[in-house]
Design a protein around this ligand. Structure first.
Ligand code: NAD
Ligand code: MG
Length: 382
């Protein structure tokens, strides 16, 4: 029985993970779950799955919640430190990192150090601290299984050859809600328009990242560390149907892709079942109906945030932590109506240029830079 700690159980990835657990109860068991504030939703999850541990990472919730809404067998814990403690607990075999933002970093890092299987949706972990997390996993023997659909596709396609035989990987991007909009229309985009994603139903932060293409920028950085690639081995192509989840091109010119309808339950299940493959919980391809797959290069002028991903993947060091923190704050300021759509890229670039670059930062230095970049971005005016 695979005992799972699901960190971020109430979010979009959390909900899809629960579907996978429901469909494979003989193999999977929820040992622990977490939410930040939504104790009612977490209580409903606990009523169904009776995990050993439930965490509310916002400590202040302790004073408000109704203990009787949770099963008596479930131990309640509070605060961010509880996430790290759960991630390393002995019975836990797999940690599903489904928290949004750098708030998910510490628990992912602990899981990697403790030799757990880390099913990683929280791409910010690798953007901020890719080299440290990968080194920790190498040392402890932890298996890192990507949940991001593109990286799951690459992980699967890479099995067709040796690492030294890889020419490049090409990440696909739906293009987001503004794929066909003019620069002027994008400039005036409202939060409502940006939150309306054409192919994926996700949490608000990653949905805005998908509209700016910052999500793809973060994924370029994620791929750089996860697969030990050079920045110039990574490319991006726009593919509006979101059926081909990425490509790996080998030196002989062969291109291997992974295809499936857009549904996160497949990459989540793959990460939990690996190295096995289990019966699908997500819908499968239907080749009896005509279907079209389109590909075109991304437009860096209308989507300048994507360029930041290539630059940060090339530079490494402390730049991922700074880009990520600035982006997290800029996205929440955009959602509050304080910044315009293109301000997100503008502030990220400025904070990145201003920061005191370090080529080999420690974990503590990354946390300090994250804090600095957040403060600068809160004060930034266009
Ligand atoms: P979401 O906003 O729907 O859910 C976030 C979860 O994290 C919730 O359970 C919430 O309670 C918890 N959380 C929020 N702030 C927290 C904090 N400060 N401390 C601890 N927990 C906190 O987000 P999501 O769309 O599920 O995305 C989760 C992660 O997965 C992100 O890193 C995202 O980039 C990645 N991802 C998501 C998708 C998708 O389809 N949703 C696809 C690929 C990758
Ligand atoms: Mg993705």
């Amino acid at each position: 029985m695979n005992q799972i700690a699901l960190l971020g159980a109430t979010g979009s990835i959390g909900t899809s993970t629960l579907d996978v657990v429901r469909a494979h109860r003989e193999q999977l068991q929820l040992y622990g779950v977490s939410a930040h504030r939504d104790w009612q939703k977490l209580a409903t999850i606990c009523q169904e799955f009776t995990p050993n541990v439930a965490i509310l990472s916002d400590e202040s919730v302790a004073a408000k919640l109704d203990r009787s809404a949770f099963p008596a067998e479930t131990e309640l814990r509070f605060g961010a430190d509880a996430l790290c403690d759960l991630a390393v607990e002995k019975p836990v075999h797999t940690v599903v990192a489904a928290i949004v933002g750098a708030a998910g970093l510490a628990s992912s890092y602990e899981a990697a150090k403790a030799g757990k299987r880390l099913a990683i949706a929280n791409k910010e972990t690798l953007v901020v601290a890719g080299p440290l997390v990968m080194a920790a996993a190498r040392e402890s023997g932890a298996e890192l299984l990507p949940v991001d659909s593109e990286h799951s596709a690459i992980y699967q396609a890479l099995k067709s050859g040796e690492h030294r035989e890889v020419a490049q990987v090409v990440l696909t991007s739906s293009g987001g809600p503004f794929r066909q909009k003019s620069a002027a229309e994008i400039k005036a985009a409202t939060p409502e328009e940006a939150l309306n994603h054409p192919t994926w139903d996700m949490g608000p932060k990653i949905t805005i990242d998908s509209a700016t293409l910052m999500n793809k920028a973060l994924e370029v950085i994620e791929a750089r560390w996860l697969f030990d690639l050079q920045a110039d081995q990574i490319d991006v192509v726009v593919h509006p149907q979101s059926i081909v989840h990425s490509f790996v091109e080998f030196q002989d010119g062969s291109v291997i892709a992974q295809l499936s309808p857009p549904d996160m339950r497949l990459p989540i299940q793959y990460a939990l079942a690996y190295p096995e493959r289990w019966t699908a919980v997500a819908p499968r391809m239907d080749f009896k109906t005509a279907c079209q797959l389109d590909f075109s290069p991304p437009d860096l002028e209308r989507f300048p945030a994507l360029q930041l991903g290539f630059e940060v993947a090339r530079r490494g060091g402390s730049s991922g932590a700074v880009l990520n923190a600035a982006n997290e704050v800029a996205v929440s300021r955009f959602l509050r109506g304080e910044l315009s759509f293109y301000d997100i890229e503008k502030v990220c670039r400025q904070i990145l240029d201003q920061h005191d670059f370090s080529p080999t930062p420690t974990f503590e230095e990354l946390v300090a830079l994250d804090d600095w970049a957040r403060k600068e971005t809160i004060l930034w005016k266009s």
